[in-house]
Design a binder for this molecule. Structure first.
Ligand code: AMP
Ligand code: GLY
Length: 423
């Protein structure tokens, strides 16, 4: 089989490595991938949002299955375009990817179907939004409606901050058209849990839960990033919480999407907060998380490609999805200055014994050298008998990977370990 994976990050590298375990796969194309993937995939130059480019490459090369990984091509309708050409693929169609593409859509969906989430108001008029901010409870949360590279959310600790966020999204167009509509919502408190799931629109099978670390610096300080590290499973996701999530959130969401004529197939990601009133949805994503995929997929014991194809064919109920009971930890090594300004072009070297555990993101080839080429450069994952062992192993591996101007968080998994100790 020939498989094409659209995207270029560490998440895509984790998917590629896992798909490679399937004996029927002869070639994996990464469109466009990155230089760090060269031993695992054939790199195809192009852009992950070039729908026509992906469709014509898949046709010309007789690709059997396409995995559309990032949010933007999904929201733009890449799956619809592939299906039109009868090319089987993984991911939701445009009318279902809107669950991530528009926060106004997802909040209204949750309200209509009684799915627990933060209370909210929607605005398309800057003056009305500013008037609301004069009286709403503080802290409050201001969210741009559309995709904003993970930067469209401001937790405002004061009215001034909330006003600034409203003005920069709606009047200064900081996120372009994504900020024409905004959601202002209740500030929730509690530990966060990410639960990714496979679904064919009828059956939903959750993956192992995980915990992201979004802030750039230790102790959850610094700016929000795409994610600086992950652990799985998440100790806050107890069996009791899992049951409640399945009954009140996961299945109702699938049913709601069906009722709206927007059947969701692929990976549906639930960003949850475990509040004192129970689990609530912070956000939906229409795809695997990054770096959640880098800890979740190494714990998958069943064949990933078979499961993905079952979501396409509607046979997920008959397909085994088995998880290891071990733990995993991924530490992201980034370029100093990320998520704002950073330099690129430094050589990446590593000791031989850690090569297989690295998922490259911002890396490019220069002859036979690998150079840094982005904010998040790579993630290094370990699987261990216990969470503590996985964390320790990942930090030992970090010491065997080098590039100038690198930085990473030293406390990935620390909060989860403390929570486990309290058990
Ligand atoms: P999002 O891009 O929607 O995942 O939001 C980024 C981060 O902002 C989340 O991971 C949360 O830590 C935080 N956040 C989003 N919405 C809320 C909320 N209603 N209350 C508290 N924190 C939130
Ligand atoms: N790590 C969070 C996300 O992928 O959205």
């Amino acid at each position: 089989m020939k498989v094409l994976v659209v995207g270029s990050g560490g998440r895509e590298h984790a998917i590629i490595k896992k798909i490679k375990e399937n004996k029927n796969v002869e070639t994996i194309y990464a469109y466009p991938g990155n230089g760090g993937m060269k031993d695992d995939a054939v790199l195809v130059s192009g852009s992950a949002t070039d729908i026509e480019g992906v469709v014509s490459f898949a046709k010309a090369n007789k690709v059997d299955y396409v995995v559309v990984t990032p949010d933007d091509p999904l929201v733009l309708g890449m799956v619809d375009a592939l299906e039109k050409e009868s090319i089987p693929c993984f991911g939701p169609k445009k009318n279902a990817a809107i669950i991530e593409g528009s926060k106004v859509f997802s909040k209204n969906l949750m309200k209509k179907y009684g799915i627990p989430t933060a209370a909210y108001e929607v605005f398309d008029d800057v003056n009305k939004a500013l008037a609301y901010v004069e009286t709403c409870p503080i802290p409050t949360v201001v969210k741009a409606d559309g995709l904003a590279l993970g930067k469209g959310v401001v937790i405002a600790m004061s009215r001034e901050e909330a006003k600034e966020a409203v003005i920069s999204a709606m009047s200064n167009h900081q996120f372009g058209a994504s900020g024409d509509h905004i959601v202002i919502e209740e500030f929730l408190e509690g530990p966060e849990v990410s639960v990714l799931s496979f679904t064919d629109g009828k059956t939903l099978k959750p993956m192992v839960s995980s915990m992201d670390h979004k802030r750039a610096l230790d102790n959850d300080e610094g700016l929000n990033t795409g994610g600086m590290g992950t652990i799985a499973p998440n100790p806050y996701y107890t069996e009791e919480v899992a049951k409640e999530c399945m009954e009140k959130i996961f299945l109702p969401t699938i049913e709601a999407m069906n009722k709206e004529g927007r059947t969701f197939k692929g990976c549906l990601y639930f960003g949850l907060m475990i509040t004192k009133d129970g689990p609530k949805v912070i956000e939906y994503n229409c795809r695997f998380g990054d770096p959640e995929a880098q800890v979740v997929l190494p714990l998958l014991e069943s064949d990933l490609l078979t499961i993905m194809m079952a979501t396409t064919n509607g046979t997920l109920d008959k397909t085994e999805v088995k998880w290891s009971d071990k733990s995993a930890c991924c530490v992201i090594m980034a370029s100093k200055g990320y998520p704002t300004h950073y330099e690129k072009g430094y050589e990446i070297t590593c000791e031989e014994d850690v090569k297989n555990d690295i998922y490259f993101a911002g890396a490019k080839l220069d002859g036979d050298k690998l150079l840094t080429n982005g904010g998040r450069v790579l993630g290094v994952t370990s699987v261990g008998e216990c969470l503590k062992c996985a964390i320790k192993a990942s930090y030992e591996k970090v010491n065997k990977i080098h590039f100038d101007n690198s930085f990473y968080r030293h406390d990935i998994g620390a909060r989860a370990l403390k929570a486990k100790e309290r058990d």
